[in-house]
Design a protein around this ligand. Structure first.
Ligand code: HMG
Ligand code: MG
Length: 314
């Protein structure tokens, strides 16, 4: 039986550490530390980076300097910086900073959604529609997150049909991509297969990204399922920084180094220089001032060759 027959030649990584990572740190990282991190990520070859969040500073004080971060982080040619926007005020701030892309978001489960943005899912989608309409009219790109797809910290299991319905709504709003979030890192491979089969009945796989938190160590296993089923876009966070402050237990996004190490070993090109990425992870660790959990971050890996990688034939 041949495994990985459908693994692609290339995959794309969307980096979330300056937003999903830093929003969950106890200590607020100073502005210059944030800018150093963003710069190190772009240097490593990441082409899409979510650099901050234009949410309420009362809700996420760690990112209260979003306006300064976005204004001062100048994207090199070919690199797109994005930011999370919960409402029209967030978009106004993103536009003032001249960002070209924003990310909107809603949860599948009502309880997580309310704890996260203080609204029902339906009211949140109405707000997202407004933001998407305004952003697209201004020539920006819009990405969307559907959160708690694999499970909710308050409601438990979630029906994949509800995730499909939300993803369809976001595609209908004109989002170029919908990122499915395992917000609390509870997903397992067969569940991922079920969710993606349900999703691809109604939403093309090219529009879907996976945003896996690695809380229980299953993120890469779920990525493999996604790769095999046609997903080509994955979110990750250098060093494994990350979480969601309104989802208890959400600590730890999939570490970008771990994802790149695995993909490169499988012959899947990402355009990222792993050695420089490991350096970016060191910058992340130094600016947050605590050890980070990423496996490659801790063990290294930049110089290891993969004797098992098959040569690609055509
Ligand atoms: P609210 O308190 O219901 O909002 O918060 P409001 O509209 O009543 O406004 C309250 C105050 O906030 C007002 O100021 C507004 O001006 C201000 P006041 O008059 O009291 O001085 N305000 C804002 N200020 C700055 N920027 C804004 C903004 N909007 C209102 N954009 C709100 C509603 C949505 C604002 C709030 O709940 C919020 O900011 N929530 C964000 C929570 C968050 O960031 N969570 C983490 C991100 S989601 C995530 O991590 C999951 C993800 O990674 C995917 C996955 O893992 O599944 C994406
Ligand atoms: Mg997240």
């Amino acid at each position: 039986m041949a495994l990985f027959e459908h693994a692609p030649d290339r995959a794309s990584i969307y980096e979330v550490s300056p937003r999903d990572g830093l929003q969950n740190e106890r200590a607020t990282v100073p502005l210059l530390g944030k800018l150093r991190l963003v710069e190190a990520l772009a240097l490593a070859g990441l082409r899409r980076v979510e650099i901050t969040s234009f949410v309420s500073p009362r809700w996420i004080p760690q990112l209260a300097d979003a306006d300064e971060v976005a204004a001062r982080a100048v994207a090199p040619p070919g690199v797109v910086y994005s930011a999370l926007c919960p409402n029209a005020e967030g978009l106004r701030r993103a536009q003032a900073a001249r960002l070209q892309e924003v990310a909107i978001f809603a949860s599948v489960s009502e309880t997580h959604n309310r704890k996260n943005v203080n609204k029902t899912v339906e009211a949140t989608l109405a707000g997202c529609e407004e933001v998407a309409g305004l952003a697209l009219a201004a020539g920006m790109r819009v990405r969307a997150y559907v959160s708690t797809v694999w499970g909710c910290p308050f409601e438990g299991e979630v029906d994949p049909k509800r995730a499909v319905a939300l993803a369809r709504r976001f595609v209908g709003m004109g989002c170029y991509q919908v990122s499915l979030g395992d917000t609390i890192g509870v997903g397992t491979p067969r569940q991922t297969e079920r969710i993606l089969h349900a999703m691809f009945d109604e939403v093309p796989s090219e529009r879907i990204a996976l945003h896996m938190h690695d809380t229980r160590g299953t993120a890469l296993a779920n990525v493999l399922v996604g790769l095999e089923l046609g997903v080509r876009d994955f979110d990750a966070s250098v060093g494994g920084l990350g979480g969601c402050p309104y989802a208890p237990g959400a600590a730890g996004n999939l570490a970008t180094e771990d994802l790149v190490f695995m993909l490169q070993g499988m012959g899947v090109e990402t355009g990222i220089d792993l050695e420089r990425l490991v350096e970016a992870g060191k910058v992340a660790e130094s600016v947050v001032g605590r050890p980070l959990p990423g496996k490659v971050h801790q063990a290294g890996g930049a110089r290891i060759r993969h004797p098992s990688s098959p040569p690609r034939l055509g």
